[in-house]
Design a protein around this ligand. Sequence first.
Ligand SMILES: Nc1ncnc2c1ncn2[C@@H]1O[C@H](COP(=O)(O)OP(=O)(O)O)[C@@H](O)[C@H]1O
Ligand SMILES: [Mg+2]
Length: 222
Amino acid sequence: MRIKVDNLSFGYDYRTVLKNVTFSLESGDFLVIVGNNGSGKSTLIKCLLGINRVPDDKIFIDDIEIHDYRQWINIGYVPQKFDDFNYEFPITVNEILTVSKLTKIDEDQKLSILDRIGILELQNENINSLSGGQLQRVFIARALMNGPKLLVLDEPTAGVDSENIDNFYRMVNDLNAEGVTIILISHDVKTTKANFSHIMHLENGKAELTHVCEIDFGGDAS
Ligand SMILES: Nc1ncnc2c1ncn2[C@@H]1O[C@H](COP(=O)(O)OP(=O)(O)O)[C@@H](O)[C@H]1O
Ligand SMILES: [Mg+2]
């Protein structure tokens, strides 16, 4: 999926969070966004997802102006945190994964996604009984259900244990190798095992995008 952001500024009330952000991604790119807490990482992706209302002609998805874009089913999104997540009524993992009427995949494909994410055995659990890391993985599975062309992950490994973090990055790297465009927010890029192609540093509202081959990791490129 192609993304183009052209001179985007965005703020809440009177405070500007993003200043003149410009970048573009091609299909199959893998962007990691890093920056301090409060630097605007989540704000930027909420602009890309149509959650934050932006001015006209600032964002284009597959060359379509964002306000005219309708194919949201092609985008999988895992939001940042679930601390306050609570369902008022009992619902199982399986039910939350199949509740979307847009779901295009069949039962076998669903099971293979659950297996890939390591939550096959959680299918019939009450969603309220899961740990934070398990819930995170359920939402990752949910984001994959419609076979996204773009996957947006906002600090997706917070609260996930290290073994599952490895599995998670393996899966994300595989999806990217299969052609899925990825945008991943991470607060610590050096510890990620992501095979990213681009990295963006957000600081004081300014975004700087670098193609990964231009980065000098000081000999530690892993
Ligand atoms: N809905 C909102 N209303 C007002 N201010 C917000 C809102 N969401 C985020 N902010 C503020 O915008 C700034 C950027 O937040 P955020 O994009 O969440 O940063 P990050 O994800 O990089 O930690 C912060 O100062 C935050 O307090
Ligand atoms: Mg954030």
